[in-house]
Write a protein that binds this ligand. Structure first.
Ligand SMILES: [Cu+2]
Length: 571
């Protein structure tokens, strides 16, 4: 980079430095770090609502028909509303805002070495639309008829029958909220891609971009490429509900299967949309706390491309018993099993990174390692479900439910805690309490397994999902099965209790924690070379990058942290 360009960059930077008042700093921010925190805080509040819903319906399953403390009575309709919105909230209003929008916003400019997103006002707009979408969803719980209860997949005809929803707005507000959320992420994604491609620090080549940033960008591209058909579908569903069209209603010549195709063409890539950011964050954490370079950076990246590509041709594995042609099902079995190959390779790379490293078991590392362990169970059980011969029996059983909670819980909750505990010192300039962090980790990870591991066996015993009271089914009302349900619910209550420790640790550390140095973890990506928290505009002078992805020449970086690296050559 020429001297001239550097000067220009510095000038732009100086302009940013005037003091902002409260309104412009926090209510109408353009700083990517503040917008990131808005997303993260909104996501955390939504996580509390989603967790509260899970508590209510799990209590109903353990003690059917009894009053749930701090909630009330959960009837059949209420139960459907709770499970539907638990799923919707956790995926669209927790995983997406926290992992993609929140941490994407926070780390992309810092890790690639630039002062902000390239379209800061677009960034703010996307958060504002996201906030509106969350409020619309919350509003839908309070309208006449209550919140939507047609499952997060929203299959017609249940979700679209006009007579069901003409006076009740719950289902339509739900569709509207989801559509708004999609618009927000389409706008936000433009920023992530453009910033990463065009605003990197001088010298940072494509293959120098940190894996966490790469994976968030890939996730955004996957999202953009898959969501179009579903937005169209959502508009059609809305019209079916409100103005009497019959796109998805057989009574008027429509086809309910069409929705399933539109939904899962998005729904399966969506798994990777939220998975990739966590995989990237975990990769960065593992390299830092094992003091090694990522084993096979390029291979990991290429396998992510392969996963992303394949994720577009697997969707019908959700429809094996929906009446699709069995010969077509075979094609989807093959593609589904194929997708496990790149992911297995990625797991191998992560484990190989640990091999021979000097591993430090700090809280973020515990989360990262537990992600690998839990996600492996989720991934392996997915192979069984991907085979149509088995899926015919497993479909809509608790085996499916246990499988996807072993993917989504590690992705969303473990990924969120890994990222928060890792970047907390950078975000707030203070350290979180390690002891409380570890107590919270074990108090979350052990109960998580106690909740969901038994559910595999409930599924194998034939327990169907989406039933609010198993006492109506003699085969499923046995004492043994009920004991398992009570155990799972009790474990959930224990897990929720330990979240209070996290909330306490989070807020107390934010104001009273030990002051964080620039680089508490001795990492060597660019965000750790500047003060904690970084000033508005991030870098005083643009960093120059002259070597591979985990070997930056950032000012303040100490090469001794990474003994296996040779000292960089002068460029
Ligand atoms: Cu799928």
């Amino acid at each position: 980079m020429s001297q001239e360009a550097a000067t220009v960059q510095t000038d732009i930077h100086e302009e940013h430095h005037e003091e902002l008042n409260f309104l412009h700093k926090y209510i109408l921010p353009t700083d990517h770090k503040i917008i990131a925190m808005q997303y993260i805080f909104t996501g955390m509040i939504m996580a509390i609502i989603g967790g509260y819903f899970a508590y209510a319906f799990r209590m109903q399953l353990a003690f059917p028909g009894e009053l749930v403390p701090f909630y009330g009575l959960v009837g059949p309709g209420e139960y459907n509303m709770l499970v539907t919105n638990h799923g919707t909230i956790m995926i669209f209003w927790v995983a997406m805002p926290v992992l993609i929008a929140g941490f994407g916003n926070y780390i992309i400019p810092l890790m690639i070495g630039c002062d902000d997103m390239v379209f800061p006002r677009l960034n703010r707009l996307s958060y504002q639309i996201f906030l509106v979408s969350a409020l619309v969803l919350i509003l839908s719980f309070f309208v006449k008829g209550g919140g939507f209860g047609g499952a997060w997949t929203s299959y017609p005809p249940l979700s679209s029958a006009a007579e069901y929803s003409l006076t009740d707005w719950g289902s339509s507000l739900w569709v509207l909220a989801v559509a708004l959320e999609f618009v927000s992420f389409l706008l936000g994604g433009i920023n992530f891609i453009t910033t990463t491609m065009n605003a990197r620090a001088p010298g940072m080549k494509m293959m120098d971009i940190p894996i966490a940033v790469w994976f968030i960008v890939l996730a955004v591209i996957l999202f953009m490429a898959s969501v179009g058909p579903l937005i169209a579908g959502a508009v059609m569903l809305f019209m079916d509900q409100r103005i009497g069209t019959t796109f998805f209603l057989p009574s008027g010549g429509g086809d309910p299967l069409l929705w399933q195709h539109l939904f899962w063409f998005f729904g399966h890539p969506e798994v990777y949309v939220v998975l990739l950011p966590t995989l990237g964050i975990v990769a960065d954490i593992i390299t830092v706390f094992a003091r090694k370079k990522l084993f096979g950076y390029r291979t990991v990246l290429y396998t992510a491309f392969a996963t992303g590509g394949l994720s577009f041709v697997v969707w019908a594995h959700h429809q094996f018993i929906a009446g699709i042609d069995p010969r077509m099902a075979n094609v989807f079995v093959v593609t589904t099993v194929l997708i496990s190959i790149p992911l297995a390779e990625m797991m191998f790379s992560y484990i190989a990174t640990l091999y021979g490293g000097s591993i430090e078991f700090k809280t973020p590392m515990l989360w990262a390692l537990s992600f690998l362990a839990a996600f492996l169970i989720g991934g392996v059980t997915g192979i069984y479900l991907g085979a149509s011969a088995l899926d015919v029996y497993f479909h809509d059983s608790y085996f499916v439910l246990a499988h996807f909670h072993y993917t989504f819980f590690p992705i969303t909750i473990i990924g969120m805690f890994a990222a928060i505990t890792y970047w907390f010192p950078k975000m707030f300039g203070r350290m979180m309490n390690e002891t409380l962090g570890k107590i919270h980790f074990w108090g979350t990870f052990i109960p998580f397994n106690c909740i969901f591991l038994p559910l595999f066996f409930l599924g194998l015993a034939g327990q169907h999902r989406r039933i609010y009271n198993y006492n109506h089914f003699p085969d499923l009302a046995t004492q043994e099965l009920q004991d398992i349900r009570v155990f799972a619910t009790a474990s959930l209550v224990v897990m929720l209790f330990f979240q209070l420790i996290f909330i306490y640790n989070f807020f107390v550390s934010m104001f009273k924690g030990e002051k964080a140095p620039n680089n508490p973890w001795k990492a060597n990506s660019l965000e750790w070379s500047i003060p904690s928290p970084p000033p508005h505009g991030n870098f005083k002078t643009l960093p120059t990058v002259y070597r591979g992805p985990y070997e930056y020449s950032a000012p303040g970086r100490d090469l001794d942290y990474w003994p296996q690296n040779e000292p960089p050559e002068k460029s």
